[in-house]
Write a protein that binds this ligand. Structure first.
Ligand SMILES: O=C(O)CCC(=O)C(=O)O
Ligand SMILES: [Fe+2]
Length: 330
C-alpha cells in the first residue's frame, strides 16, 4: 500500500473501501417527524443521536406527500426515456454540477465508472440545461416543484442540527438560500440500467461505488422493490461490513455528508454507502433513485462551534473535495 496520496481524510477513507466486503445487519434508525413544530426538541434529540452514531437514518411522516414522490419518479423516467441525442443536448458541462451524464462518474473507491446515468438540477446553473419544452412538456416545472419540497424537508432536518450545535434554528436555512446565485444544492435524478440482458462480467461493476457524499445532508428517495443501497457507518469503515437499506414506502433515507461532518467539528458522521448490483434471484430491472443534496451556498463560511478546523467557505470546501477526487491516480 502506498502512503496516503490524498489531501483529505474523508477521501482516504473512501479510496480504501472499494472491495465487496461482507454483509451485516445493523439498525437503521427510523425517526418520526410528525407534529414537527410541537415535537421539535424530541425530534432534534433523535436526529442528533442517529447522526452522531451511524450518520444514516430514515424519516417518516416527513411532509412530502407520497403522490409527489411517485410523480417525481415518473418525471425522472420521462427524462431518461428520451432518445440519447435529446439527452445529449443537456449534457453536463465540464466542472458544472448540472445536466445529464452517462456512465461518467468514476469513484475513487472502485476506479471504474458507475453503471448509471444521471441528470442534476442546480438552480443557478440551469441555463441551456433544461430539455426543450417541446421534448418534455412540463418537465421543468415538475422538477422544480420537487426540488423545492426536498429543500423544505432538508431545512427542517437541518434546523434541528442547528439547535443542537448551538446555532439559531434558521442558521442552515440562510446558508442554503434558494434565491442566491451562490446556491449549490442539487436534485439528482438517477437511473441504474436494467441488468436483465447483462453479461456475467457486467456484474463486476458497481451501480454506485462506495463513497461518502460531499454535502451537509442527503435526502434520498428510493422505490420499493428497487434495492441495493448499502451503508457502512464511519466508525466501522475499517470493517468492510455493509448493511442493506431496503427501500420502504413512506420512508425517506437520509445521511450526513462530509461538509456537515467538518462543520460540526466531526460530531455528526458522514457515512460510506454504495449501490450494489442485483444478485441472482433478485429483481434485475432498472433502478431509479432521487437524491437531494443540501450543499451550503458557495459564499457561506463554515465555522464549527468547537473551532476544530480553520474557517472555510462552502465553495472552497467543495472545490477542494472535488479536486482531491480527481487528483486520484488509479
Ligand atoms: O441511488 C442511491 O440509492 C444512492 C445514490 C448516491 O449515493 C449518490 O448519488 O450519492
Ligand atoms: Fe451518495
Amino acid at each position: 500500500m502506498t502512503k496516503d496520496p490524498y489531501a483529505l481524510a474523508e477521501l482516504t477513507r473512501e479510496s480504501t473501501i472499494g472491495g465487496d466486503g461482507t454483509d451485516i445487519a445493523r439498525d437503521v434508525p427510523v425517526i418520526d417527524l410528525s407534529d414537527f413544530e410541537t415535537r421539535k426538541a424530541e425530534i432534534a434529540e433523535a436526529l442528533w443521536e442517529a447522526a452522531t452514531g451511524s450518520g444514516f437514518f430514515q424519516v417518516t411522516n416527513h411532509g412530502i406527500p407520497e403522490a409527489e414522490i411517485e410523480a417525481a419518479f415518473d418525471t425522472a423516467w420521462d427524462f431518461f426515456n428520451l432518445p440519447q441525442e435529446v439527452k445529449a443536448t443537456v449534457a453536463m458541462p465540464k466542472g458544472v454540477n448540472a445536466g445529464w451524464e452517462f456512465k461518467a462518474q468514476v469513484r475513487p473507491s472502485t476506479g471504474t465508472p458507475d453503471n448509471k446515468e444521471s441528470y442534476q438540477i442546480t438552480l443557478p446553473k440551469m441555463d441551456g440545461l433544461w430539455p426543450a419544452e417541446t421534448a418534455l412538456p412540463g418537465f421543468r416545472d415538475r422538477a422544480l416543484r420537487f426540488e423545492r419540497l426536498n429543500w423544505e424537508l432538508g431545512m427542517r432536518i437541518l434546523s434541528c442540527f442547528a439547535l443542537k450545535l448551538g446555532f439559531d434554528e434558521d442558521f442552515f436555512t440562510r446558508a442554503h438560500d434558494r434565491a442566491s446565485p451562490q446556491y449549490q444544492s442539487t436534485l439528482r435524478l438517477l437511473h441504474y440500467m436494467s441488468m436483465e440482458e447483462a453479461k456475467p462480467e457486467d456484474f463486476t461493476f458497481w451501480r454506485a461505488g462506495a463513497h461518502s457524499d460531499f454535502d451537509c445532508l442527503t435526502i434520498l428517495h428510493q422505490k420499493e422493490g428497487e434495492g441495493g443501497l448499502q451503508v457502512c457507518p464511519g466508525k466501522d469503515a475499517e470493517s468492510g461490513a455493509w448493511t442493506e437499506v431496503p427501500p420502504k414506502a413512506g420512508h425517506i433515507t437520509c445521511n450526513i455528508g462530509d461538509m456537515l461532518m467538518r462543520w460540526s467539528d466531526d460530531q455528526l458522521q458522514s457515512t460510506l454507502h454504495r449501490v450494489r448490483m442485483p444478485r441472482e434471484g433478485e429483481y434485475m430491472g432498472r433502478r431509479l433513485s432521487l437524491p437531494f443534496f443540501c450543499q451550503a451556498n458557495r459564499d457561506v463560511l463554515m465555522e464549527g462551534p468547537l473551532g476544530k478546523y480553520p474557517p472555510m467557505t462552502a465553495g472552497d470546501y467543495l472545490d477542494m473535495r472535488i479536486k482531491a477526487n480527481f487528483a486520484r491516480k488509479g
